[in-house]
Design a protein around this ligand. Structure first.
Ligand code: NDP
Length: 342
């Protein structure tokens, strides 16, 4: 079968593309520029099963039209991963909300127009941010689950990049489920969403380790480069591993028990202290170079605040997620290797 992956050059998407090629799928990936197309072709060693098309901006209503005109009849599965993930903007609508929402709608409309009776499964990469209401995240009585929805509105989310990004994923996911309801009988495909928490783990290709990494991995990159005497921000969240997220995307279109589900992929709560503890323990070359903080006290932070319960998803997927230690270790090891510090 042929799989269309939007945003193929992204941190998560590269792991998905790699897994698809390993499993002998024909992959059509979209990237934003000619340069990215050439780079990916080289990185995947000109794999004859990988076809790349240029889609500069998913916000444009005809973004995916040419891809479907060219390949529409053979595409069986669509994995829509592209969506802006950064916080550093004040143009919330243009940079975050519109591409997330319209990008998703444009993809689904192109499927309907060109491949309504041939695309069988669609996976939208959503996020835990689609279920977490930021204002409730520090409330210890709150439990977020596969049933939860971020309560942010289009207007009240536009206060900072974080709130706007969180809400952008909610609007995009809601639009996808609404589309399926509104078009029942006119489309063949079944929808599944994958909702990861912050995704850590190695870049698929070592060469993509740069001074600044993608938004989620940058959290670890930043701690590795924090001077020993710096005061730590009390940052905490939930996280998971990119290899598990890629695997969840595979199950999301391959398995029957994932049809119509929101797969909430999250492994553990963590705070900066937990990451520092792992870095200091696993990499002695960082001792005295990065802060120690207060070793072993991370659970003071992680035991407080809301909980995310994804036991439904864990049962559906049926595989063990990589531990926080493993994902932090592997992310850091790749960075240190690139810097000749391993
Ligand atoms: P990346 O930034 O690495 O990937 C995002 C991809 O989307 C890139 O290929 C990017 O292209 C593309 N993209 C963004 N905006 C546009 C646009 N307007 N038009 C066309 N393409 C666009 O991040 P991740 O791999 O982390 O994110 C992938 C998906 O996973 C996103 O949907 C994100 O919301 C979701 N997610 C990520 C989490 C994480 O912690 N990493 C957690 C939960 C969900 P380019 O780089 O060329 O701009």
């Amino acid at each position: 079968g042929t799989v269309l992956v939007s945003g193929a050059s992204g941190f998560i998407a590269l792991h998905i593309v790699s897994e698809l090629l390993k499993q002998n799928y024909k992959v059509i990936g979209t990237v934003r520029s000619h340069e990215k197309k050439e780079k990916l072709r080289r990185q995947f060693q000109h794999n004859p099963n990988l076809f790349l098309e240029i889609v500069p901006d998913i916000s444009q209503s005809d973004a995916f039209e040419s891809v479907f005109k060219k390949h529409g009849r053979e595409i069986r599965y669509v994995l829509h991963t592209s969506s802006p993930f950064y916080y550093d903007t004040t143009e919330y609508e243009k940079d975050l909300l519109i591409p997330a929402l319209e990008g998703t709608k444009n993809m689904l409309n192109s499927i309907k127009r060109h491949a309504a009776d041939t695309v069988e499964r669609v996976v939208v990469t959503s996020s835990c941010t689609a279920l977490i209401t930021l204002a409730k995240a520090s409330d210890p009585n709150v439990v977020f689950t596969e049933e939860s929805w971020n309560e942010a509105t289009w207007d009240n989310c536009q206060i900072d990049g974080v709130n706007a990004y969180f809400a952008s994923k909610k609007f995009a996911e809601v639009a996808a489920w609404d589309f399926v309801k509104e078009n029942a009988g006119h489309i063949k495909f079944k929808l599944t969403t994958v909702n990861p928490s912050l995704v850590f783990g190695p870049q698929l290709f070592d060469e993509d380790v740069r001074e600044h990494l993608n938004t989620s991995c940058e959290i670890i990159n930043d701690l590795i480069h924090t001077p020993v005497d710096a005061t730590l921000a009390d940052f905490h969240s939930i996280c998971t591993d990119v290899r598990d997220v890629a695997k969840a995307h595979m199950y999301a279109f391959q398995k029957e028990n994932t049809v119509g589900k929101r797969l909430v992929v999250t492994t553990a709560k963590f705070g900066n202290q937990d990451i520092l503890d792992i870095l200091n323990k696993d990499f002695p070359q960082l001792n005295g170079v990065i802060p120690l903080g207060k070793p072993g006290t991370g659970d003071q932070v992680t035991n407080s605040g809301a909980t995310t319960d994804n036991s439904v998803t864990r049962k559906i997927l049926g595989f063990e997620f990589k531990s926080l230690c493993e994902t932090v270790h592997d992310t850091a090891a790749q960075i240190l290797k690139k810097e000749n510090r391993l």
